[in-house]
Design a protein around this ligand. Structure first.
Ligand code: PEP
Ligand code: MN
Length: 673
């Protein structure tokens, strides 16, 4: 047969293949419609998928094709089917988010966190960064969330290149703590593991741990969560994956070792990209990402950087990548603090243009941690209403306390400047904006604390509270979930990037609680438990010291002195109401203590209006009053279903009421805090 005829027949075969793929996709659409009517049917059925791939392999081999080749092609087809089904099933107004990897991976976690305030979200995992970006470009997704750099492994070059080449806009960023675990189907000794699979970057981040293993094959997978899934599917106890604990839980794996990364502080920064810009609240602190192409001459980059320096613009990132224009040419990615709506940035951009071959603004967006970056309004615009009470009415220049007080370390006499206690990037005290701490009285279940964390994060809270060891008046009342609750609290806090506050009741528990809590609370009933004060004083974990319900202000400060004297200077005082003859409220909120304590001590002072009021409808007014009196923050009880709460339900706000309180008091997240 002549070549041209052969080519015609090839063309016809390709047309047939495409027609068959289109027919397959049409059928997938029908499957999606059936699944839509029956939410019990899973979108992704790994068992069915494995069986199908097995059949394809055999069919291919029978037909004289390579089985591996056919299954590889089919994996791509199946991935695409899942995406088509997911996009059909997404509610009409859902924000569709593309990421690389499988559900449970770190990108998925970053995406969920970034868009936590949205009404409806539909996530789809893709095999590669490029696939995720293409889904965005084709309009199948509204956002793509991509990792751009890791504090241990460095930049993710492919993502830099994709951003530059695909004309996308950066609309946000998110930073996620990476906590790699070794996961297996059962709790086997590490010595029995023979294969460890993970994404190449994760393997690199755990290289020291891996080097210590003997007789183990390391396998490079396309994704951490995918590696976890493969281990689960193999059901082979000699196989392990390196991934986050979330991924392990999703696939029913157990953690056989935690904290295996070379460095403890392992964070990944993700960028959120869109086809077009998104409106942001201009009051949030912004970042602007630039792509600079310099001329091929000496000092070109230095000149560009000098422009930024002269304008006082802080450069937070500079990354170079080879330019496609030829060898030894580079393009530079620069992140600067400030938004394009700010005068200095605008002026700097105009001046930069005169010094470089090209400057492109990749995006201008709120810095990670700024409120809920794409806020709860669902239209991509974070709206922060004007506070009805100016949070700072207290005198900012503190008066030095009268001499003679015996609490030397706590007193302003020894230290006139306000102490600012910093917890995972959140600053409490001094002139830092007031901080909202919120969450349920007690951790009750995984679902309850995760839902609470979501609500606290969406409201603009900066720390999550939740009691695990509860001091209850009656021994028959719910005593808390103990260490199991602490683990859930810790996980919920990590999932929503909220440091966690929990009460410790016993000196013997302090060390263990301090490992998982970011702040140790000393409850009102324990304010003068001196052994407990010394025990928390010997840790380096910040302490939230509640005022005893029958303690004078000076006794309260003396209790704080115990903690400082034991070596821990990170103490936050908390007024929560005292016992008086008044019985209408659970306690009497003594706001004068805020004014007096701020005068006598340099330590931050916050207020708990919930335990003072005992009645939820009185909480917002007391919260406003507390800030007006000069409190550095609020700790408020909130619960997804207060009437079903196992403790302090009557004083707990709903999550909606919490969001409202945050807005009316102006006590919302601010990354400058
Ligand atoms: C609590 O915070 O849930 C608590 C028990 O508070 P207090 O010690 O102020 O009563
Ligand atoms: Mn309580």
């Amino acid at each position: 047969m002549p070549l041209s005829n052969l080519r015609d027949r090839l063309d016809q075969t390709d047309r047939d293949l495409i027609a068959l793929l289109a027919e397959r996709q049409r059928l997938i659409g029908e499957v999606a419609a059936v699944k839509l009517d029956d939410p019990a049917l899973p979108l992704h059925d790994p068992g069915r998928e494995r069986a199908l791939l097995g059949r394809i392999h055999d069919l291919a081999e029978e037909a004289g094709l390579d089985g591996y080749f056919a299954t590889t092609v089919y994996r791509r087809i199946l991935d695409h089917s899942i995406r088509v089904q997911a996009s059909r099933q997404a509610p009409r107004d859902a924000v569709r988010v593309a990421f690389q990897g499988e559900e449970g991976c770190y990108s998925h976690a970053a995406a969920s966190r970034h868009l936590a305030g949205q009404q409806a979200l539909a996530f789809t995992g893709h095999r590669t960064f490029q696939d995720a970006v293409e889904a965005l470009r084709r309009g199948e997704a509204d956002r793509a969330v991509l990792p751009i750099e890791n504090t241990v492994a460095g930049p993710i070059e492919d993502v830099y290149d994709l951003i530059a080449e695909r004309g996308l806009v950066l609309v946000g960023e998110e930073v996620v703590r990476v906590e790699h675990c070794l996961l297996a189907v059962e709790n086997v000794p590490i010595g029995q593991i023979r294969h460890v699979g993970s994404h190449a970057k994760a393997l690199a981040q755990c290289s020291q741990f891996l080097a210590g293993l003997t007789d183990v094959r390391i396998e490079d997978e396309h994704d951490t969560a995918g590696a976890a899934r493969l281990v689960a599917e193999s059901n082979d106890p000699t196989r392990a994956a390196i991934a986050g604990e979330d991924a392990g839980e999703r696939y029913g794996l157990v953690v056989i070792q935690r904290h295996i990364a070379n460095r403890k502080d392992n964070f990944t920064r993700f960028v959120v990209v869109a086809r077009d810009g998104v409106a942001h609240d201009a009051r949030l602190p912004h970042k602007t990402s630039l792509l600079l192409t310099t001329d091929h001459r000496h000092g070109a980059l230095a000149e560009a950087l000098q422009v930024l320096a002269r304008r006082g613009l802080n450069l937070t990132k500079l990354e170079s990548r080879p330019s496609p224009d030829g060898p030894w040419r580079y393009r530079f990615y620069a992140d600067i603090e400030g938004g394009t709506h700010e005068e200095q940035v605008e002026a700097a951009l105009a001046e930069l243009a005169e010094h470089v071959a090209a400057v492109r603004v990749l995006g201008s967006y709120p810095q990670a941690g700024a409120a809920t970056a794409e806020g709860a309004s669902g239209d991509g615009i974070a709206t922060v209403s004007t506070p009805t009470v100016k949070p700072r009415l207290a005198p900012s220049a503190p008066v030095v306390a009268p001499t003679g007080k015996r609490y030397r370390l706590v007193s302003r006499e020894g230290r006139s400047e306000d102490t600012i206690v910093e917890i995972g990037g959140v600053r409490i005290g001094g002139d830092a904006p007031p901080v909202l701490i919120a969450g349920p009285c007690s951790v009750e279940s995984r679902e309850q604390i995760f839902e609470s964390a979501r609500g606290v994060r969406a409201a603009g809270g900066r720390l999550l509270r939740g009691g695990c060891f509860k001091p209850r008046t009656l021994p028959y009342d719910f005593q808390g979930l103990g260490f199991e609750g602490l683990r859930l609290l810790h996980e919920a806090g990590r999932a929503y990037d909220l440091p966690v506050v929990t009460e410790v009741l016993h000196p013997a528990d302090v060390e263990a609680v301090a490992r998982e809590a970011d702040v140790l609370q000393i409850g009102a009933r324990n304010m003068q438990n001196f052994e407990l004060l010394k025990a928390v004083g010997s840790t380096r974990v910040p302490v939230l010291l509640k005022r005893g319900m029958m303690a004078s202000i000076d006794e309260w400060l003396a209790a704080a002195e115990y903690v400082l004297a034991a070596g821990n200077e990170r103490v936050i005082l908390c007024e929560r109401g005292i016992r008086t003859f008044e019985t209408a409220t659970r306690n009497t909120l003594d706001l004068s203590s805020v004014v007096v304590a701020r005068e006598r001590t340099h330590l931050p002072v916050i207020v708990d209006p919930s335990h003072a009021a005992g009645v939820r409808r009185w909480v917002p007014a007391l919260a406003q009053a507390a800030l007006a009196a000069g409190a550095h923050g609020l700790i408020v009880e909130a619960h997804p279903d207060p009437d079903a709460a196992l403790s302090d339900g009557p004083q707990s706000l709903t999550l909606e009421a919490l969001a409202e309180l945050a807005q009316t008091t102006g006590c919302v997240a601010s990354p400058a805090a």
